[in-house]
Write a protein that binds this ligand. Structure first.
Ligand code: BG6
Length: 343
């Protein structure tokens, strides 16, 4: 590495400009290369993301730019593509004919910790929805790419973002909820409310929780709601994706206690996948119990998943940008979030 800079996002543009002026954007020898990794937040709305993209592209070529979103480096997130496109049994069900709705949750028990000042100007929408949660949404909804390479995957993900129905400013209250955590207890420990965190204004309106209903207007997903939610200081730390399936077309066991089938992808902390379905309870009566079949990363492979950043930095060194965002993908995500920010 030539350098690693841990800085607030406001100085990204200046740094990039100076890297250009110092000639550090060009390889020193014909056989070497220069790449730049840029950590999120990549802009704070569509206009600033566009401006930052333009600035970076004045100094680097797109193929040198690695916009990082560490969720894409998580084994469990990459496994979404393997589950869907490496196996034959899931994909036939992965559409509006069989899926009732999708829930994507990124819940944390942590508060803003010592980042109150940063968080005040950010909020959950910018911090989590625009990036991590929309990445998960893209991967659940994406069409099979022609190949598992950077442009094929990013082209398909872009199409998903472009198919998400833009939020209507007049109807926002029907599809988006924002909230802020109050004081409470985590385990036995008393923890302050958001407005009492260090660096946070006593009358702050910054959201620490967002829930949104998203519709994807394409052939695969028309009419299937995707419920996205994220928040800090929630009851448990859990990032998961739940695919809830439609009921059987004719419910002969309607009154026997059957629940919808669910496929649950546990991104963290208990990495794995489970499927729930109805089974006949033992006994003389016909009663149904809802049971689960589970795969755990730890049990299945005998080793924990890897650090997301290790995977991504390694990919960058190898020149593989599949798990990084292209400028147009970042802008598409901002254009979805902008109307919510406006309201
Ligand atoms: C970061 C956010 O990008 O992701 C943090 O800025 C958040 O606010 C974190 O806590 C969550 O990452 P993970 O990997 O712990 O789910």
């Amino acid at each position: 590495f030539r350098s690693y800079l841990s800085t607030p996002p406001e100085v990204y543009e200046d740094i990039i400009e100076q890297i250009g002026k110092a000639g550090l954007n060009k390889p020193a020898t014909p056989n070497s290369w220069v790449r730049i990794i840029i950590e999120k937040p990549f802009g704070r709305d569509l206009a600033s993301a566009k401006e930052l993209n333009q600035k970076v592209l004045q100094v680097f070529e797109e193929k040198q730019i690695y916009r990082i979103d560490h969720y894409l480096g998580k084994d469990t997130v990459q496994n979404l593509l393997v589950l869907r496109f490496g196996n034959g049994i899931f994909e036939p069900l992965w559409n509006r004919n069989y899926v009732d709705h999708v829930q994507i949750t990124a819940g944390e028990t942590l508060g803003v910790e010592r980042r109150g000042g940063f968080y005040e100007t950010t909020g959950a929408l910018r911090d989590m929805i625009q990036s991590h949660v929309l990445q998960l949404t893209s991967l659940v909804a994406v069409e099979p790419p022609a190949a598992f390479d950077a442009n094929s995957v990013r082209n398909e993900k872009l199409k998903v973002l472009q198919s998400i129905r833009p939020f209507n400013i007049d109807m926002m209250a029907q599809s988006v909820v924002r909230g802020q955590y109050g004081a409470g207890k985590i385990g036995d420990k008393d923890v302050p409310g958001y407005r009492h965190e260090q660096g946070v204004a006593a009358n702050s309106h910054t959201e620490t929780f967002v829930a949104a209903k998203v519709l994807i207007d394409n052939w695969r997903w028309a009419g299937v709601p995707f419920y996205l939610r994220t928040g800090k200081r929630l009851a448990k730390r859990s990032t998961e994706i739940v695919i809830e399936f439609r009921n059987a077309p004719h419910m002969v066991f309607r009154d026997k206690g059957i629940e919808p089938n669910r496929l649950i992808l546990n991104i963290q902390p208990d990495e794995g996948i489970s499927i729930s379905f109805g089974a006949k309870r033992p006994g003389t009566e016909m009663n149904i119990g809802n049971v689960t079949m589970k795969f755990s990363y730890q049990e299945g492979f005998g080793e924990p998943t890897r650090s997301a950043y290790a995977t991504l930095v390694n990919d960058c060194l190898r020149g593989d940008a599949t798990l990084f965002d292209r400028g147009d993908n970042v802008e598409a995500a901002w254009s979805l979030v902008d109307p919510i920010l406006e309201v």
